[in-house]
Design a protein around this ligand. Structure first.
Ligand SMILES: Cc1cc2nc3c(=O)[nH]c(=O)nc-3n(C[C@H](O)[C@H](O)[C@H](O)COP(=O)(O)O)c2cc1C
Length: 120
């Protein structure tokens, strides 16, 4: 299975990682972490559709990203920039978005992400 790195500020992405049983996933804290080889990144979106700074830093230092999974919010205040971090990363690194979920996602989301991860 491909490696996974993730960033989580308020715990939703971490819950997703736990639900998927990705016990070896690397947690991005300040973006100075290193991962060897190809990986999938899981990220939240921060203020007004921004990619979190630690995630940007991590990606610059570890450019072998192969795909992205986003957790955002469909709340009225965020819907126009729903999962923009995943969109930004997808465009910047030319990689597919495996899923864009709301918060911790649904069981269906988890099943889809699992299937997509297994294909990589
Ligand atoms: C200040 C702030 C700004 C946010 N902006 C967006 C946004 O522009 N688009 C979006 O989809 N979600 C946005 N969100 C929602 C988070 O990305 C979402 O809750 C995500 O599940 C958080 O993941 P985490 O709990 O792992 O940090 C925002 C949340 C906060 C607190």
């Amino acid at each position: 299975m491909i490696k996974v790195a993730y960033a989580s500020k308020t715990g939703h992405v971490e819950k997703i990682i736990n639900k998927l049983g990705l016990t070896d996933a690397l947690k991005i804290v300040d973006g100075t972490e290193k991962i060897d080889g190809e990986y999938v990144i899981f990220t939240y979106t921060s203020g007004k559709g921004k990619t979190p700074k630690p995630v940007e830093r991590f990606l610059s230092a570890n450019p072998e990203v192969k795909a992205v999974v986003g957790s955002g919010s469909t709340a009225k205040s965020h819907i126009e920039t729903f999962n923009y971090a995943a969109e930004n990363i997808s465009k910047a690194y030319n990689v597919p978005i495996l899923a864009k979920v709301d918060g911790v996602g649904t069981d269906e989301d988890m099943a889809r992400i699992r299937t997509e991860l297994e294909k990589l």
